[in-house]
Every structure is written in structure tokens, then in C-alpha cells.
Ligand binder design. Structure first.
Ligand code: XLS
Ligand code: NI
Ligand code: NI
Length: 442
């Protein structure tokens, strides 16, 4: 990847981040992420497919419900929206190049500020798509996915595709059309729907069934348009149970899969799973991953972490090696991502105000995933982990157990077997043994 700057260099004093190995003292280097290193026939870069999230890194300003912005960006100075957006894009491509990452992701409103005029917004986005095309060509950075922000504007306060007012739905459609056009023009590999306000605040004023039918119709309509324009990539739904809406329809992986099945969308759609959304849904992230893998639906991942002491989407950078090893075990055993990669949907803290903090945050997350990939691969190579799980189900591999799996036994047959076999023995699940086995490789 090439580092390209615009008129100005925004991250002065920081050169391209390189792999220096675990022993280095340089904080602005990779200790574990060695992009070209091969693991099981694929490079680290190909396994992990890292992406920088435009919104957190170049738009999020550190403001919280109690306080004003603390991240004061030098690319926000120009008066006209398109000029300002180009400066921001210069900074973005400089940053992604300096991290030497292959992908980025954005919402329409991240790359350029929107007004309330549909046609004007299309023009603004188009100007930035042209600019991004040049930047992509010069740097080699590619678009992992694009999405439309259908939750910030006040018109979406009661939902976008699920809004009770058809007129609002049409504005959402206009935005999605423009974002799909942008995705196609930029060779974007996937397109994401995150329904932050697709849900309800109170059932007292909500026709849930009708709203979900509208959502399905909306997704079909968008998908049909994109396919007609030649888009070959995957569509992803990003589940989240709540926040900002009290109850979101795309609650978790299992809920979304059953929705996609019910409305005949399984062919074109996969899941984009986010760590902190799993936490909010009361699941481990590995639970969500396994549900998706088992349905052949693991499209992509939004990497971050929540906070165990509070209950909102804090979007911190990942730093827990144990959790990431368990994550990478499922990703590797599941055959990797279907179209997507690992997008850092994560932000530095409000009080991390140095430009270098943005680098440290990403380097930490990247290295943690890279290390987890190496560890997970070693665990799988070693073999005992998979063997123990396989042996646990050995009673279904032959004889009556195998006949049951094939549907060959009636309830009466099972009763006979219970009597013939006597009382089952007490069998350990060996959980602590397995936890120690994982730790042995870290
Ligand atoms: C919010 C979501 C959002 C999506 C993209 O919680 O994670 O950032 O990833 O709209
Ligand atoms: Ni996300
Ligand atoms: Ni999120």
C-alpha cells in the first residue's frame, strides 16, 4: 500500500507503520501483524482483511451527551462542504496508507456533510466518489463496504424503512440508491444495512408486523436495484438489539437469519457481526459468530469491545487476547469471511486527544487480532482442541446414535435403547481443561 498525502500532511512525524516483531520497543510498529506472513496457505492480510471505519476515525469528535468535542480535527476548517470533505479524505487515505491496511468503510454522510436536499446530496456524494476513485487508484486501498446513514437525521426518528410515514421511507430509499451507486462506482465489495432505528420505542403506537414487512420489501427493492446495476457483492445486515431504539428488529444473528429466511433474502444477504452488539444482546461474540457460521452466513465483522461495567455501545478498541483467540478459532474453523473482513468500528476515548492516539488504538487492535490468528492456527494445528469436541459426540458416530441422526429410530426404539443401555455414565465436559489448553498457546 502506498502512503499518499494531499496538500498537507495531517499525521506529521508518523511514518508508515511496519512489522518489527514482538521484541521491538517502538510503540508505532506492529509486533504481530506481518501482512505477508502465510498461515495455512493465506497471508495474514488475506485472512484478516482489516478496514478503517471512516466515521469513528475521521468524523467522531469525542463529544458525549455531557460534553463538547475534544477531538479538534485540522481537516474540518474549510467553509464549503465538498472542500472540507476532500481535506478529510486526504487525511483518511494518509492514515490508512500509514497503517498499511487494505480497506476502508464509510456511511454516505461520513465522507461529506449532507443537507436536506436529495439532489444536492447526490451531487456532493458524487464529487467525493470521484475524489475517492483517484485516491483508491493511487494508494491501492479498496472499499470493503459502504452504507447509508438512516438514523442521524431527525426525519428518521421513527425509523427509516420501518417508518410509519411512507414519505420518510422514500427519503431512505433515495439515500440508499445514492450509496449503492457510490459503492458500485468505487468497486465496493459489500453493502451494509444497520437498522439503528428500525424497531420501536413503544408497541402502543406500533404495527410491528407491518413495519417488518416494509423492511423486507425495502431490502428486496434495494437489492434488485443494485443487481440490475451489476453489483456482484454481498449485502450485510448488522444485528444489534437496541440503542438508539429500545427494541431493534435486527436483534441478533439468530433473529436476523430467521427474518432473512422468512422473506426470501438468504441468497443475497449475510451478516456483519459486531462484538459490542453481541454483548448488548446478552450473548458472547463467539455465540453470534457460531450462529452465523452454522448457517453459512458469516459475512463480515465490526471489531470493537464494550465495557463489562456498563450497558451501551462504547466501541472501544479490542485488546483482550483470550476473547480474540476464541473468535479466530471460530472464524478459521468456519472457513473465514464470506466477502467481508474486520472493520474497526471502534473509537479512541474522548480524552485520548493526540493524533498519535488514533494510531496506537488501531495498532493495538490489529496486533491483537494478528496474534490471535497465530495462536488459533497453532491450536488447530495441534489438534487436541478439535479432537476433544469430536470425541464428545462419539456416541452419535456409529450404531444406534448414527441411526438416530439419520432419522432411522422411532420414539419407541429410543425407549428400548434406554432400557437396554441402563443408566448413562457421568461424563465430564472438561471445560477448565480446554480453557487451559487455549491459554497454553497464548
Ligand atoms: C452502530 C453500528 C454502526 C454500523 C454502521 O452501533 O455499529 O456503526 O456499523 O452503520
Ligand atoms: Ni458497526
Ligand atoms: Ni455499534
Amino acid at each position: 500500500m502506498a502512503v499518499i498525502t494531499g496538500e498537507k500532511e495531517y499525521f506529521k512525524g508518523i511514518a508508515q507503520i511496519k512489522y518489527e516483531g514482538p521484541e521491538t520497543d517502538n510503540a508505532l510498529a506492529y509486533r504481530w501483524y506481518d501482512a505477508g506472513k502465510k498461515i495455512g496457505g493465506k497471508t495474514m492480510k488475506e485472512h484478516l482483511r482489516f478496514a478503517v471505519a471512516y466515521w469513528h476515525s475521521f468524523c467522531g469528535n469525542g463529544a458525549d451527551p455531557f460534553g463538547e468535542p475534544t477531538h479538534l480535527y485540522p481537516w474540518n476548517e474549510k467553509a464549503d462542504a465538498v472542500g472540507r470533505a476532500k481535506d478529510k479524505m486526504d487525511a483518511a487515505f494518509e492514515f490508512i496508507g500509514k497503517l498499511d491496511l487494505p480497506y476502508y468503510c464509510f456511511h454516505d454522510v461520513d465522507v461529506v456533510d449532507y443537507s436536506n436536499d436529495v439532489v444536492d446530496n447526490e451531487k456532493r456524494l458524487q464529487a467525493l466518489v470521484n475524489y475517492a476513485s483517484e485516491k483508491q487508484a493511487a494508494s491501492g486501498v479498496q472499499l470493503l463496504w459502504c452504507t447509508a446513514n438512516l438514523f442521524s437525521n431527525r426525519r428518521y426518528m421513527n425509523g427509516a424503512a420501518t417508518n410509519p410515514d411512507f414519505h420518510v421511507l422514500t427519503h431512505a430509499a433515495a439515500q440508499v440508491k445514492a450509496a449503492l451507486d457510490a459503492t458500485i462506482a468505487l468497486g465496493g465489495q459489500n453493502y451494509v444495512f444497520w437498522g439503528g432505528r428500525e424497531g420501536y420505542m413503544s408497541l402502543l403506537n406500533t404495527n410491528m408486523r407491518r413495519e417488518q414487512e416494509h423492511l423486507a420489501r425495502f431490502l428486496h427493492t434495494a437489492k434488485d436495484y443494485a443487481r440490475r446495476q451489476g453489483f456482484k457483492g454481498a449485502f450485510f445486515i448488522e444485528p444489534k438489539p437496541c440503542e438508539p431504539t429500545k427494541h431493534q428488529y435486527d436483534y441478533d444473528a439468530a433473529t436476523v437469519i430467521s427474518f432473512l429466511r422468512q422473506y426470501d433474502l438468504m441468497e443475497d444477504f449475510k451478516l456483519n457481526l459486531e462484538v459490542n452488539h453481541a454483548t448488548l444482546a446478552g450473548h458472547t461474540f463467539t455465540h453470534e459468530l457460531q450462529v452465523a457460521v452454522d448457517a453459512g452466513m458469516l459475512g463480515s465483522m465490526d471489531a470493537n469491545r464494550g465495557d463489562y461495567q456498563n450497558g451501551w455501545d462504547t466501541d472501544q478498541f479490542p485488546n483482550n487476547i483470550n476473547e480474540l483467540v476464541e473468535t479466530m478459532l471460530i472464524v478459521l474453523e468456519g472457513g473465514g469471511f464470506r466477502g467481508g473482513g474486520i472493520n474497526f468500528d471502534a473509537k479512541r476515548r474522548r480524552n485520548s486527544t493526540d493524533m498519535a492516539d488514533l494510531f496506537h488504538a488501531h495498532i493495538g487492535g490489529i496486533d491483537c487480532f494478528a496474534r490471535a490468528l497465530l495462536v488459533a492456527d497453532k491450536i488447530l494445528q495441534h489438534g487436541e482442541y478439535a479432537k476433544i469436541r469430536k470425541e464428545r459426540y462419539a456416541s452419535f458416530d456409529s450404531g444406534k446414535g448414527a441411526a438416530f441422526e439419520k432419522g432411522g429410530l422411532s420414539l419407541e426404539d429410543l425407549r428400548e435403547y434406554a432400557i437396554a443401555g441402563g443408566e448413562p455414565r457421568v461424563t465430564s465436559g472438561r471445560q477448565e481443561y480446554l480453557e487451559n489448553l487455549i491459554n497454553r498457546f497464548i
